[in-house]
Ligand binder design. Structure first.
Ligand SMILES: [Zn+2]
Length: 110
């Protein structure tokens, strides 16, 4: 997840953290399956609620990321939804470690 976060610019990373802290970005319906993580990221803004599909895949020795928003699809950048899911997965892994529970299938080396 650190490799993914390293590709998010400071502005978008800041907006992802702010969104998670203020519950304006909510990561939902996470599925982890082998080399894939999929989730829905619900974004609440001035123009209402939108839900984006975010996916991380292992691709060779690297990774591929997808988001259904314009930032990723049209502008090709790593968006705040991608950052939100990466931060969410880091948090879930740390939470699982602190509780001595297993966290299956996490792609933490991305
Ligand atoms: Zn996005």
């Amino acid at each position: 997840m650190r490799k993914i976060l390293a590709k998010v610019d400071d502005g978008r990373l800041g907006r992802a953290v702010a969104g998670l802290v203020h519950r304006e970005l909510v990561v939902e319906d996470v599925t982890r399956d082998g080399g894939e993580i999929r989730a829905a990221v619900r974004s609440t803004g001035k123009r209402g609620v939108k839900v984006y599909s975010v996916e991380f895949h292992v691709a060779g020795r690297g990774h591929a990321v997808f988001c259904s928003c314009d930032d990723r699809r049209k502008r090709g950048v790593y968006c705040k939804h991608i950052a939100a899911l990466a931060l969410h997965e880091l948090g879930e892994a740390a939470h699982a470690r602190s509780g001595h529970r297993q966290h299956r299938g996490l792609l933490l080396d991305m």
